[in-house]
Design a protein around this ligand. Structure first.
Ligand SMILES: Nc1ncnc2c1ncn2[C@@H]1O[C@H](COP(=O)(O)OP(=O)(O)OP(=O)(O)O)[C@@H](O)[C@H]1O
Length: 641
C-alpha cells in the first residue's frame, strides 16, 4: 500500500475541482506524495470542505485501492461508521487512526482472512499484556523530532584555511559555534581572547597557542558528531522522554531494545560538570594549620652559629628547609589527590604565603583540562549514541506501528470478538450487538442465536414491543460488515456469507414526510440487479397505508426468494404478509413482566413462530410506573385489551 507513486492522473480521478483544492492546500504534488506515503487521511480531512468520509474515499483513490461499494444505505453507513469509531477509541497515534479509517469491507476472501488472522493474533497478544499501563505509554506517541541547533557564541571553532571553514559550514557546524579562519584574521590572538573555549579543528596543526586560554584540539578528519558532539547528544536529550517511553513499551512487549543504553550515557554527561575542585579554596584551607605546625617544629630547632649567619643572608638552613619541606609536601600530596595537579602554591615564609600567580597558572590549566575532559566524555557519548541512533529511531517507528495492532487487538479483546467462518449461510450463535457486548456479564444481557440458509434466505421477524428486534437486525448488519472488513465479530460462533451489497433501512430514518416516493426509488431497484445482497428492513410498513405496504413488501419478498440475496424484515404485519407470500416467520415472545415490571423475554427468536406484539405489556409497565392522573388513562386503555 505504501510507496505508491501519486500521479496527477490519480488525483484527476477525483475531479478537477477537488484535486486542485487538495494540491493547493497541501502545497503541491511532492507534499501530497508524502501524505499518501504516510496514509495521512487526517491531513486531507482537515482541508476545508472535505469530510472525513470524502477524505477516505480520496485516499483510497490516491492509493489505487480497489473501491468496493458494499454499503448501500444510510443506516448501514451509520453502523459502519459506528464500528470505525468504536475501534478508534482504542487508537493512540495518528498512524493507527489513519489506518483504522481506511479499514473497509471487501469481498476478497484472501484479504479478509489475512486481516482476521492479523486481528486475532493481536487480540491474543493484547490478552497477555498489561493493557491499561501500555495504553498510558502509547498515548499520543509521535515520531522522533530533530531539535534545532543551539548556537553558543561564547565558544569558537578555529580552522586553518578557508577550505576547512566551508567544509565545516557544509556539515552545518556553524549552527552551533562561530567558525573563525586563522589565516583571515590578523588580530587572531586578541579575537580569540573573547571566547571561553576554542575548538581548534586542525588539519596541519600549525598554530601556536602559547598563553591561550581553554583549548580543545580536534582532528578535522573526525566525524561531524565527534567535532561537535552536541549535534547528536541534543537529538537524544531532546527526544529523551520519547525514548524512555518506547523503552518501557518494548520491555512490556518483550521486544529486544537498545534504548536502555541511552539513559546511562546521558546520566554520565550530566555529572561531568560537577567534578571540579576549587583550587584556591583548597590551598587556603590547607594553609590554616601550617603556620602553627611550623611554629611548633621550629621552636624545637637548635641553630649553630654559621646557620644563624646564613639565615641573616636570607638562606634557610637545611634543618628549617626540611621542616618546610615536610609541612608543604604533606599539603601538596593532598592537593594532588584532590585535584590531579602537582604544584607548589606555598611560599616559604612565616606565616606561610600563597603564590597567587601559581594559583592562577594552575587554574587556567585546570580549566583547560576540564574542558578537554568534558569534551572527551561528550565525544565518546556521541560515538556511542551515534552507533545506536538508527536503531533507536527504528524502535520508535516500530512502537508507533505497533499501535495499529494494539488498537485492533484491544478492540477485539475488550469486545470479546471471535473469528467468523465463511460459507453459504448466515448462522450466528451467541451473537451480541456491540452496544451490549461490553455488558456481557450483566444479568439482563442475552446472547442471540439466529440463522438464514440457502433454502430459507428471507424471514419475517415479529414479536414483542421492546423485545429486541431492531437490536437483532443491527447486530446482523454489524456482524456482516465487520466480517467483510476482516474483523472478528461479536458472536460465540458465526458463519457468514459474503455479499456484494448490504442494505439496512430503518423506520427511524426513512419515515420523514414525503419519504414514500424517494424510498421506492432506492428500495425497488434492489431487486433489479443480480448482485448478492443482504437486505434488512426495520418496520417499514409506516411508509404508506397498510394494504399498499403489504403489497409492495410481499412482492419484494418473492423476488428476494428467487435470488441469491438474503433478507430479514422486522414487521408488525406478519399476519397480513402471510396472505400474500409464503415466508418463514420468526418471533420474539414476551411472557410477561417480572416483579420490577421488566419484560420477561427470550431475545432469541423462535423459528416458525408468529409472536404477538403484546403492547399491553409495555402499557402495563408504564401504567405501574405512572402517577395517578396518567394511571387512570392507562387503566382505561388496558380495559380494552
Ligand atoms: N439481547 C439483548 N439483551 C439485553 N437487552 C437487549 C437485547 N436486545 C435488546 N435489548 C434491549 O431491549 C430494548 C429494546 O430493544 P429494541 O429496540 O431492539 O426492541 P424492538 O423489538 O425493536 O422494539 P419495538 O418493536 O418497540 O421497536 C433496548 O433497550 C435494548 O437495549
Amino acid at each position: 500500500m505504501q510507496g505508491e507513486k501519486v500521479t496527477l492522473q490519480n488525483i484527476k480521478g477525483i475531479g478537477d475541482k477537488i484535486s486542485e483544492k487538495i494540491l493547493n492546500s497541501v502545497g503541491g504534488e511532492e507534499n501530497l506524495q508524502k501524505i499518501v506515503e504516510n496514509v495521512d487521511v487526517e491531513k486531507i480531512a482537515n482541508i476545508d470542505g472535505i469530510s472525513q468520509r470524502k477524505a477516505i474515499e480520496i485516499m483510497n483513490q490516491l492509493l489505487n485501492n480497489p473501491t468496493y461499494e458494499f454499503i448501500k444505505s444510510d443506516r448501514a453507513m451509520e453502523i459502519y461508521e459506528d464500528i470505525i469509531n468504536k475501534i478508534l477509541a482504542y487508537s493512540n497515534t495518528s498512524y493507527s487512526k489513519n489506518r483504522i479509517l481506511l479499514l473497509s469491507p471487501s469481498k476478497d476472501m484472501e484479504r479478509i482472512q489475512k486481516q482476521i488472522k492479523f486481528v486475532m493474533d493481536a487480540k491474543k497478544q493484547v490478552s497477555q499484556l498489561p493493557i491499561i499501563k501500555l495504553r498510558g505509554l502509547m498515548k499520543n506517541l509521535k515520531e522522533v523530532e530533530k531539535p534545532k541547533a543551539e548556537y553558543d557564541a561564547s565558544k569558537v571553532i578555529l580552522v586553518e584555511t578557508e577550505e576547512d571553514n566551508s567544509y565545516l559550514t557544509d556539515l552545518g557546524l556553524n549552527q552551533y559555534y562561530p567558525i573563525i579562519t586563522a589565516s583571515d584574521s590578523p588580530l587572531l590572538q586578541e579575537e580569540l581572547m573573547n571566547y571561553d573555549l576554542i575548538f581548534y579543528v586542525y588539519s596541519q596543526g600549525i598554530l601556536d597557542f602559547e598563553g591561550m586560554p581553554n583549548l580543545v584540539m580536534i582532528n578535522i578528519e573526525e566525524n561531524d558528531y565527534e567535532i561537535v558532539p552536541e549535534k547528536i547528544i541534543n537529538f537524544f536529550t531532546h527526544n529523551q522522554n520519547l525514548f524512555n517511553r518506547v523503552y518501557e513499551i518494548q520491555k512490556i512487549r518483550g521486544q529486544e531494545t537498545i534504548l536502555g543504553e541511552i539513559i546511562p550515557i546521558i546520566d554520565e554527561l550530566n555529572v561531568i560538570d560537577k567534578r571540579e575542585v576549587d583550587i584556591e579554596e583548597l590551598v587556603n584551607s590547607l594553609k590554616k594549620d601550617m603556620d602553627e605546625e611550623l611554629e611548633n617544629a621550629i621552636q624545637n630547632v637548635d641553630l649553630e652559629g654559621d646557620e644563624i649567619l646564613n639565615l641573616l643572608n636570607k638562606n634557610l638552613p637545611p634543618k628549617i628547609n626540611k621542616i618546610f619541606d615536610e609541612i608543604i609536601n604533606e599539603r601538596k600530596k593532598i592537593i594532588r589527590e584532590k585535584t590531579g595537579f602537582d604544584f607548589d602554591p606555598y611560599l616559604r615564609k612565616y606565616p606561610i604565603e600563597i603564590d597567587d600567580s601559581e594559583i592562577q597558572r594552575i587554574q587556567l590549566e585546570q580549566s583547560s583540562k576540564k574542558e578537554n575532559d568534558i569534551f572527551d566524555v561528550k565525544k565518546s557519548a556521541a560515538v556511542e549514541l551515534n552507533s545506536i541512533k538508527e536503531q533507536a529511531i527504528k524502535e520508535v517507528e516500530d512502537a508507533i506501528k505497533f499501535d495499529y495492532e494494539f488498537s485492533l487487538g484491544s478492540f477485539a479483546y475488550e469486545y470479546d470478538l471471535n473469528a467468523p467462518e465463511f460459507g453459504d449461510e448466515i448462522n450466528l450463535k451467541e451473537a451480541l450487538h456491540l452496544e451490549l457486548a461490553l455488558r456481557k456479564d450483566d444479568e439482563n444481557t442475552q446472547t442471540i442465536d439466529y440463522k438464514l440458509t440457502n433454502d430459507e434466505n428471507i424471514a419475517l421477524l415479529t414479536g414483542a414491543n421492546s423485545g429486541g428486534k431492531t437490536t437483532l437486525l443491527e447486530t446482523l448488519t454489524q456482524i456482516s460488515i465487520m466480517a467483510q472488513m476482516g474483523l472478528p465479530v461479536s458472536a460465540g460462533e458465526a458463519k457468514i456469507k459474503l455479499f456484494d451489497e448490504i442494505y439496512h433501512f430503518s423506520k427511524k430514518r426513512s419515515l420523514d414526510a414525503g419519504a414514500f416516493e424517494s424510498f421506492l426509488n432506492v428500495f425497488i431497484p434492489i431487486v433489479t440487479t443480480d448482485s448478492e445482497k443482504l437486505v434488512l428492513l426495520d418496520e417499514l410498513e409506516g411508509i404508506t397505508e397498510l394494504e399498499a405496504a403489504v403489497k409492495i413488501i410481499s412482492t419484494f419478498i418473492d423476488m428476494i426468494k428467487e435470488s441469491n440475496s438474503y433478507g430479514i424484515i422486522v414487521t408488525h404485519m406478519a399476519r397480513e404478509l402471510m396472505n400474500y407470500t409464503d415466508i418463514r416467520v420468526d418471533g420474539i415472545e414476551a411472557k410477561g413482566l417480572d416483579e420490577n415490571y421488566n419484560l420477561i423475554v427470550d431475545r432469541t427468536p423462535k423459528m416458525n413462530f408468529l409472536a404477538k406484539s403484546t403492547p399491553e405489556l409495555i402499557l402495563k409497565r408504564i401504567y405501574e410506573k405512572s402517577d395517578d392522573n396518567l394511571k387512570q388513562v392507562y387503566a382505561r386503555i388496558l380495559e380494552k385489551f
